[in-house]
Ligand binder design. Structure first.
Ligand SMILES: [Zn+2]
Length: 470
């Protein structure tokens, strides 16, 4: 990987010399999410460059920028492990507001096949802005719709996210099993296996940075068992393992998918993944709602990772994932907001809240303590993405820090102030967000985007390119 290292040192996405030392002073409560799960009172955090330099009391005031932590809860930035940024432009479409997954997909494929560069760029800004405001500092994005000549679309997303400063695991998604071959998507948005694998290699070479504190990594991500061929699953995981990158796909989301796999392959989705070599620590599955006890055991034994997306699963009526059982089996469980056509918001704090509520409905009130839900969204997410440099507030870890201001009527009377950010609230917005040592949100406002302009630009594109096709 010598060549890659040199390439990445010169990457145009490395933003240098614009990170002041930041001192966050007198933080009311700090949930470090470190190995000891330490919770600190009235502490300071000092960042230097892209790392946390020091955590302690009364640190000397030598930093260029000082943020007050009075009345604020500090956490490591949330790690979102599943999204489809492009879907921010197709939220709440009336004809599928009450549809289940397969019907919803068949309708939306016809809209998504008209994706443009402009659409991808604006949707990246929307998703990144929303995620940051909710306290998310790292996101995976599963981008898998490639209309004819669409191979440059992920490049646009990567470059837009890099400019904004969000830590991104960009997936080279794909669909290779069109309708005429027994798959669900229309033939216009499927590509052949060779083209997909070649483009995946190109993207790894161009953008993948495997160093600590990396801002951009590439992930191999065929879309789902019902939209890609067995050959693509087999070949792409070989490529991913040879390049030491993560692999990602949707799995066991609905009963329809389970029936598809039982009919076509004679086995459950998880057993199908076993057959094509898709289990292990370097594999992250979105959803995993419909699993047998045997499936769960297999995920645990192979230490595979799961992105739990409760809002989307509830919204589409798919079901509730057996999260507690998966955790107990040894699988790595993380949280994802999923795409904005099925959530329809990119808010990680709300997703944490819904993960807590959904687990309690499924397996009882003690099955998801609030701090466990926060752990899934921080350490769980970091582990699922194969990282140990993010997801905790500790010296020498990434300067990805979020603050929530609880001096608000919605938190008045809260007995456990730290837990209150999940249980209480009215807009679920972080007051301050630092990513890689840069302040991207201050006083609940994005420092990197004009929110109103993004809204206006999105409206223009929606009315011109999307509304006429509805
Ligand atoms: Zn998804």
């Amino acid at each position: 990987m010598e060549k890659d290292t040199n390439k990445n040192q010169n990457s145009k996405f490395e933003i240098q010399n614009d990170r002041p030392k930041i001192l966050i002073k007198n933080i009311y409560r700090c949930l470090t999410m470190n190995d000891e799960k330490a919770e600190l009172k009235n502490c300071d955090i000092l960042t230097e460059g892209n790392k946390i330099k020091k955590i302690g009391k009364n640190l000397p005031d030598s930093a260029g920028t000082v943020i007050s932590g009075i009345g604020k809860i500090a956490l490591p930035g949330f790690v979102n492990t599943h999204h489809h940024f492009y879907q921010t432009m197709t939220r709440v479409l009336p004809k599928v507001a009450d549809a289940k997954l397969f019907d919803w997909l068949v309708y939306l494929y016809k809209i998504w096949k008209n994706l443009t560069c402009e659409w991808v760029e604006i949707s990246t800004k929307i998703a990144a802005g929303e995620l940051l405001l909710s306290g998310c500092t790292t996101s995976l994005d599963h981008y898998y719709v490639y209309p004819k000549n669409g191979n440059g679309l992920l490049d646009i997303e990567i470059e837009a996210a890099a400019k904004l400063g969000l830590r991104l695991h960009a997936t080279r998604g794909s669909m290779s099993l069109g309708k005429t071959k027994g798959g669900l998507p229309p033939d216009e948005v499927v590509q052949n296996e060779n083209e997909i694998l070649k483009d995946t290699e190109r993207l790894i070479e161009k953008y993948h940075d495997d160093k600590p504190f990396s801002m951009t990594r590439i992930v191999n991500a065929p879309c789902s068992p019902f939209s890609v061929t067995k050959e693509l699953l087999r070949e792409s995981i070989k490529l991913a393992r040879s390049k030491k990158i993560l692999s990602h796909t949707h799995l066991a989301e609905t009963i329809d998918e389970e029936n598809f796999c039982l009919e076509k392959f004679g086995k459950t989705p998880v057993r199908y993944m076993e057959e094509v070599g898709w289990l292990g620590e370097d594999v992250l599955f979105a959803h995993c709602v419909h699993l047998s006890d045997e499936d769960i055991k297999l995920l645990g034994e192979t230490k595979s990772a799961v992105s739990h997306c409760p809002t989307s699963n509830l919204r589409l009526g798919s079901g509730i994932a057996p999260v507690r059982k998966m955790i107990e089996s040894g699988a790595t469980v993380s949280i994802g907001v999923d795409g904005s056509a099925s959530n329809d918001s990119s808010n990680m704090l709300l997703e944490i809240r819904n993960a807590l509520l959904a687990a309690r409905v499924k397996t009882g009130v003690t099955s998801m303590p609030v701090r466990d839900a926060l752990w899934l969204a921080t350490r769980g997410g970091a582990k699922a993405l194969g990282r140990d440099d993010i997801g905790q507030l500790a010296e020498e870890k990434a300067a990805d820090i979020v603050l929530f201001d609880i001096r608000d009527i919605a938190y008045a009377g809260a007995g456990d102030a730290a837990a209150a950010i999940v249980f209480c609230g009215r807009n679920f917005t972080a007051s301050d967000v630092i990513v890689n040592g840069r302040i991207l949100v201050r006083d609940k406002k994005l420092m990197i985007l004009d929110e109103r302009k993004v809204f206006d630009d999105a409206k223009k594109i929606f009315e011109r390119d999307i509304a006429p096709n509805l």
